[in-house]
Design a protein around this ligand. Structure first.
Ligand SMILES: Nc1ncnc2c1ncn2[C@@H]1O[C@H](COP(=O)(O)OP(=O)(O)OP(=O)(O)O)[C@@H](O)[C@H]1O
Length: 581
């Protein structure tokens, strides 16, 4: 195309005629003339900023340049030998990093494909970098798509890079001094810049949010761990505090920015479920459901410097850190669990029904970072034939979680012994009864007992936990998308109950309360009655633990035991119990 034809075409487009140009190009031409006052018949050479200005631009983008560099290196290797030039421009359009063949240095400098060149649209006219900044979209400005005659030999394909708050922070541009005539020849360049920009955003998010949960996701499980499509970072309460641009596109839809929204408002998942999506579980099982019915595959990454539970100062691996709040006994138990998780020692998790033994077993399994299977066996239902059928899978490493081993029949116990001979599986068993007493009485086989009880972790019942408020808030958050709050009366009623069904019963109670509540609060009348009221034997140790859990509130302790306050006072005096100093 001759120069005069180019100028005439711009004129025709400005007069509203269609010439076959892409809409983004025509709109940019219009901006060049009507907004920036440019004249297409007066080409101007590339503008390179001064050394001092370049230094200032580079300093501003220093962190991004460092993060982007390895991604850009690998992108440049992919196009090596094809005469492409790779530019990283900042949000103002100034080239702050550059990869090109030094043999063509003079040509590149003249063309503006060089360090310090200013590609903002209001200075260079329609161009890859400048028009990408204005539109926020990936774009190819091919040859005569350029407004300025000086740039019409070039073909430039650019993709935006957004920061973790969703603001455009840089542009990645792949340009050619000379290219084939069809614009479609740059389709591959478009795919390459877009995927590189996505990876730079991902690396930036990971670097910025080391102390937070990150949830990465993809539409298919295959690339989930190696090259995920998008990611969000979440704070302790499950609010989105950072995101990649693709995450906003996939999850944000029409409802505005994702930033600040709670995870459960976006998908059927709360921050407390994230440990379930960590490595250690097969990728294809890590399905996330969105509220609009779509399904994605998720990969959760725990805070790299584990959050330190308040009051205890102990750092725990991700999955374990979300099991308990400020309860000294639970924190001591989780610290032991973290140490034992690194070994192959068989673990016996004991505790009443619903105390969270299964949850603990999974968290221990997930402390291992490689994706080994977690095989679950419900001992109450497992017949010997079903156990024998598991023999082939016992040869591969993984975790076998035997739920309720005290429910095994004698034939089931024999079958488990056969299964465990030569097994490579790490065994974790849960038990509700006193398994050592069962072994002493002959109800449980001694040879099996010693195979599974390498170390015992006793999970305390809910009524003895000092982090009851923490658990209550957490369970409520999980099932409460509307932000319902407990009134003080409802909270103190829940704290006073004895919870024989433990966390499971508390979860069920909250399910009912959330469904019955009207307005913004859950009140005492929304709470279902306890399903089973228990009066417990209260030896000195048990009574003291219960008093500790209730902060030595006699009335609350009395209600949990189903007796009156004076009975508790009398027992405290008789047993000589005193509150901790
Ligand atoms: N730390 C926790 N935070 C929130 N919910 C929890 C926690 N631990 C357990 N739960 C929930 O409590 C319920 C019971 O937990 P789990 O199945 O792990 O208990 P269990 O001790 O293995 O029970 P059982 O002995 O009856 O098999 C489940 O719904 C689980 O999701």
């Amino acid at each position: 195309m001759r120069d005069t034809d180019h100028v005439r075409e711009i004129d025709r487009v400005l007069r509203g005629q269609t010439t076959g140009r892409d809409g983004v190009v025509s709109e940019s031409w219009r901006r060049c003339v009507e907004t920036y006052g440019m004249d297409p018949s007066r080409p101007s050479p590339a503008h390179i900023v001064t050394e001092a200005e370049l230094r200032a631009h580079r300093e501003q983008s220093e962190r991004l340049i460092a993060i982007a560099r390895s991604g850009l290196d690998s992108l440049f290797r992919q196009v090596a030998g094809q005469n492409y030039v790779l530019l990283l421009a900042d949000a103002k359009g100034v080239t702050v990093d550059f990869f090109g063949d030094r043999r063509f240095e003079d040509d590149l400098r003249t063309a503006g494909l060089y360090m310090g060149s200013d590609w903002s649209e209001n200075r260079a006219g329609t161009c890859g970098v400048g028009s990408c900044i204005v539109t926020g979209e990936a774009i190819t400005i091919h040859q005569t798509d350029h407004f300025d005659l000086h740039h019409t030999p070039l073909s430039c394909t650019a993709a935006p890079i957004f920061d973790t708050s969703g603001n455009l922070s840089a542009v990645l541009d792949l340009s050619l001094l000379r290219s084939p005539q069809p614009k479609a020849s740059q389709n591959l360049a478009m795919n390459l810049v877009c995927s590189s920009a996505r990876r730079v955003e991902m690396a930036n998010l990971m670097a910025m949010t080391r102390r937070d949960w990150v949830l990465r996701f993809s539409a298919s499980p295959e690339f989930l761990e190696v090259d995920p499509e998008a990611a969000i970072a979440l704070d302790d309460s499950g609010r989105v505090i950072g995101l990649t641009h693709a995450a906003q596109q996939v999850l944000g839809s029409q409802s505005g920015s994702l930033l600040g929204r709670r995870l459960d408002q976006v998908m059927e998942l709360s921050v407390d479920d994230l440990p379930e999506l960590m490595r250690g579980r097969p990728t294809e099982e890590r399905v996330i459901r969105l509220h609009d019915g779509r399904a994605l595959f998720g990969h959760a990454i725990a805070p790299q410097t584990a959050r330190v539970p308040r009051q205890t100062g102990i750092a725990l691996p991700g999955g374990l850190s979300s099991i308990a709040g400020p309860d000294p006994a639970m924190q001591a138990l989780l610290t032991r669990a973290a140490k034992l998780a690194r070994t192959q020692i068989p673990l016996l998790l004991s505790g009443e029904t619903g105390t969270g033994k299964h949850r603990l077993a999974r968290a221990i399994h997930m402390c291992e970072t490689d994706a080994r299977p977690f095989i679950q066996l419900d001992c109450a239902r497992a017949d010997p034939a079903a156990i024998d059928a598991m023999l082939p899978s016992a040869g591969t490493p993984g975790t076998l979680f035997m739920q309720g081993v005290d429910d095994l029949s004698p034939a089931g116990q024999a079958a488990i012994l056969r299964l465990l001979t030569d097994a490579k599986l790490r065994v974790i068993a849960s038990v509700r009864d006193d398994l050592s007493a069962m072994t002493r009485s002959g109800a449980f086989r001694g040879d099996l007992f010693f195979r599974i009880a390498g170390a015992t972790l006793s999970v305390p019942p809910l009524r003895l936990r000092q982090d009851f408020d923490w658990l209550l808030d957490r369970l409520l958050r999980q099932r409460n998308p509307d932000g319902l709050r407990l009134t003080p009366a409802a909270r103190s009623e829940l704290k006073a109950r004895s919870w024989p069904g433990n966390l499971r019963e508390l979860g069920n109670t909250l399910d009912v309360a959330v469904s019955l509540a009207e307005g913004a609060d859950i009140d005492i009348t929304d709470l279902p009655d306890p399903v089973l009221v228990e009066t417990r034997a209260d030896d000195a140790e048990c009574l003291e633990s219960l008093l500790d859990a209730c902060g030595w509130n006699m009335a609350q302790t009395a209600r949990r035991l189903g007796v009156n306050r004076s009975t508790i006072l009398r027992r405290v005096q008789r047993l000589g119990l005193t509150p901790p100093q």
